[in-house]
Design a protein around this ligand. Structure first.
Ligand code: PEP
Ligand code: MN
Length: 265
């Protein structure tokens, strides 16, 4: 902020985040079929999502778990964009995949790659927004320095995402570090969004944490939504049904006028 006091607004295909623009990014953890991603895309758009998420390359703990549909998944994701007009964000797992991401609107760097410095440098050389998620055990300074790798290459379109960190707490998948929101907003001009889905791992905790994130001054939310969470190939336990996402947007919109703005404090 010292060098760049004004909020950065990241804009892609009409979707804006930062500088007072609140963005809902919604969609399944993984792209499972063309029908699935298109169905979810239509429903979340109707509820107010401005961007569609969906993983094609999935960083799974077990090598035997569903790894994503890879190129086919990206194809289906772009079909869903064509069908709805929603810009899309999807995760890159390795720099060798970069050519496949030419048509993707926003490239996600997942928590596990937050300190893949070679990848960050390469993403600093392209001119496409990057959604950078906080590492599982990374400090706020480390997150900011990772963003700096991208910015220093000349790519100024970076969105930061708080998605929970590792603590001794067992009740939730991760511990949502909500204080990261005002801390980051004060330190940086970059948009800051919150992912309460991966932060909690439980669908019933997504709404309260989404409300809290909005109140804390987040610029947007990333929410996992599945048309059939019980049969999802990945992260069904934390995925909202489309109707629950619809209720979430309505509830968050009630909170937003009262949000704390760290910059003004
Ligand atoms: C995701 O958003 O699909 C994901 C894998 O999240 P994270 O990198 O935060 O674990
Ligand atoms: Mn997921």
């Amino acid at each position: 902020r010292a060098f760049h006091p004004e909020d950065t607004v990241v804009e892609v295909r009409g979707a804006k985040v930062g500088g007072g623009n609140f963005l809902y990014i919604a969609g399944p953890c993984s792209i499972e079929s063309e029908a699935q991603i298109c169905e979810v895309a239509k429903l979340v758009k109707k509820s107010g999502a401005g961007m569609l998420r969906g993983g094609a390359f999935k960083p799974r703990t077990s090598p035997y778990a569903f790894q994503g549909l890879h190129e086919k998944g990206l194809e289906f994701l772009l079909e869903a964009r064509n069908a709805t007009g929603l810009p899309v964000v999807t995760e890159i797992m390795d720099l060798s995949q970069l050519p496949l991401f030419d048509d993707v609107d926003v490239i996600q760097v997942g928590a596990r790659n937050m300190q893949n410095f070679e990848m960050l440098r390469a993403l600093g050389k392209i001119r496409k927004p990057i959604l950078l998620k906080r590492g599982l055990s990374s400090t706020i300074d480390e997150l900011l320095m990772s963003a700096e790798y991208i910015l220093s290459g000349g790519n100024e379109q970076v969105i930061l995402c708080e998605r929970g960190i590792r603590t001794f707490s067992q009740e939730t998948r991760n511990t949502l570090d909500l204080s990261a929101v005002p801390v980051l907003k004060k330190a940086t001009h970059l948009p800051v969004i919150v992912d309460p889905s991966h932060a909690t791992g439980k669908s019933e905790l997504v709404l309260p944490m989404a409300l809290a994130a909005a109140a804390a001054g987040a610029d947007g939310l990333m929410i996992e939504v599945h048309n059939d969470p019980n049969h999802a190939l990945c992260d069904g336990r934390q995925s909202l049904k489309p109707e629950d996402f619809d209720n979430l947007v309505k509830a968050v919109e009630h909170i937003r006028p009262y949000a704390f703005h760290a910059k003004l404090a």
